[in-house]
Structures are given as C-alpha cells and as structure tokens.
Design a protein around this ligand. Sequence first.
Ligand code: C2E
Ligand code: MG
Ligand code: MG
Length: 302
Amino acid sequence: GTTAELLYERADYALYHAKARYRGRPVIFSREHEVEIRKLSTIEHTLRRIDLDAELSLHYQPIVNVGTARLVGFEALARWHNPELGDVPPDVFISVAERTELIGTITQVLLRKALAAAHTWPEDIFLSFNLSMRDLISQVTILQTVALIESSGIDPRRIIIEVTETALMQDYEQVQDSLRILRSMGLKVALDDFGSGQSSLSYVHQLSLDKIKIDRGFIRNIATQENARNIVKTVIDLCRNLKFDCVVEGLETAEQVEIINRLGCSTMQGYFFAKPMPQCEVESFIANYRMPDNPRMAAAAG
Ligand code: C2E
Ligand code: MG
Ligand code: MG
C-alpha cells in the first residue's frame, strides 16, 4: 500500500481472510485479494444504496421426516437479484453485510418476508430462519426480532433460529443472552453446518440448543467412504445422547437418504427432496406433498 489508509485496509483484509479460512496461518495480501476486495466493495456499496425490500427475497427449502413421511418445515434462504450484479449468492452478500452494520437491516427485511410467508402455511409446518452471529451480538437486532415475531401473529414455537458456528464468534455471553431471550419466547435454536468449522463441541457445550444440523460436507462421501459414515453415525448418536433433534442436510441421492435413515436420523433436507423454491411454489408443494403415495417420499421411505 502507498498510503496509510490503503495499507490498513489491506492488512485488515488479510487478517479477516486468515481468521475466516486459514486459522493459525499467515496470509500475505496479494493481487488476487485486491480483486476480491474490489468485488466485495462493489457489493457493499450496492447494498447500501438499493431498495433492500425490493431486491431481496427468500426461497424456501423443504425439511422432511422420512419416518412419518411428512413435510415438517421449510428453511428460508436469502436471494438477491440486482440488475447490474445479477444473482449474488447469499453466503457472499451476507458475509459482506456481516462486516458492516448492514446485516441488521437485511435480517429484518428478510425476517419480515419469511414471517409473512409462514403465516400462509399450515400451522404444523415450521419456519427455519438463519440468523447471523452479528445479529446475536446486537441487542437492537434481537429486540427488533422479538418485536417482529410478536407482531406477526405466528406461534413462536413454529420458528427455529439457525445459527452457524464461526471462527469470528466473539461475545459468547451476549450470544447466550440473545438465545435465552429467543428461547424464552418459545423459539427453538439449531446449530447449523455442524462439523464444518472447528471447536464444534465447545459450541454444543456452551450454547443452549434444541437441534443440530449436520453439515452436507459429511454427506458427500457417505455412500463410498466408511469413515464418513462413521463420523455421521457418531454425530447422530451424540445428538441422541444430548437429547438434541438432529437434521441432516445436503442429501442428494436415494442411497444417501437410505443410509442416513439407517444410521438413525429421520429428519432431512436436500436436493433429493426439493431445491429451494419461491413462495409462489410453496403452496402447491405443500398440497401435493400431503398425498399419501407421493412417489418421492415412497422412494425415500423405502
Ligand atoms: P445454510 O443455512 O447451511 O443453507 C443450506 C445451503 O445448502 C443453501 O445454500 C441450500 O440451497 C444448499 N443446499 C440444500 N440442499 C442441498 C443439496 O442437496 N446439495 C447442495 N450442494 N446444496 C444444498 P444457499 O441458499 O446458497 O445458502 C448458503 C448459505 O448462506 C446458508 O447456508 C446460510 O449460511 C447463508 N444464508 C442464506 N440465507 C440466509 C439468511 O437469510 N440469513 C443469514 N444470516 N444467512 C443466510
Ligand atoms: Mg441454515
Ligand atoms: Mg446448513
């Protein structure tokens, strides 16, 4: 960098990059990081000036119980289409927003939409909503979240908050307090992407949780690698011993579904059942899913 400001920005980026992806290893700022910074800064500036309510939307991915052959809920997944940038993946723009105060506003916009959608679903179908760690350390966001849920008219027991373990997680006490407030309202808390980060067991130990979602990274090789199967089996057993519900995500084939079912977990999510879909398709999906001889379900249950 040729100025103090540029130097600081680059050092900060390298540090952030190291924390997020290369824990315990040095990261030297390079040209490729420069390109990435430009891209992320365009995304940030665009997020700051657009009408978030107009450009952000949600898709909903079914979560099913293969034991009872029922659809049990939907996970809300953020989507952003911008006329200039096109479709920006959620993990990209959410992580940009997380580095600024933008995440609070984005979360509120998305939650309002998700609650409105869930309001139209049958009462026994739950809504799973992703909250960022940044949201959980912000008292303002938590108060706004509580207010939104209270005014939505939705039974809080129908709502699951998904939180992801992250290397950037700092303020345990504040996170604990936030989760306690949400749980006292009746919401449930799921630890998302379990096993993809590090120190997973310490999160399980320290956070008050109801549910664990096993990361799809483990599922990919489950049909071919005994080791992958054993790891998943261990996590499913851990959930049972600790009395957490368990959800396996990222199931893409009938064979994977069969294996997971055999390993003792019946709540599942993945492309095998359905890809995330817009709210306009949810209603007919729910209606058709309830038919007893849904061929997809028969394949999964069999
Ligand atoms: P996640 O919460 O773990 O969501 C699951 C991701 O896996 C989704 O990607 C989903 O489309 C994808 N997926 C589901 N089934 C399969 C499968 O069978 N195979 C494969 N290959 N992928 C599958 P998506 O929608 O791109 O979201 C990525 C991540 O972005 C999410 O991971 C979550 O961490 C974050 N995210 C999405 N929406 C929100 C949001 O509203 N708020 C926050 N804070 N984060 C969000
Ligand atoms: Mg999730
Ligand atoms: Mg996940």
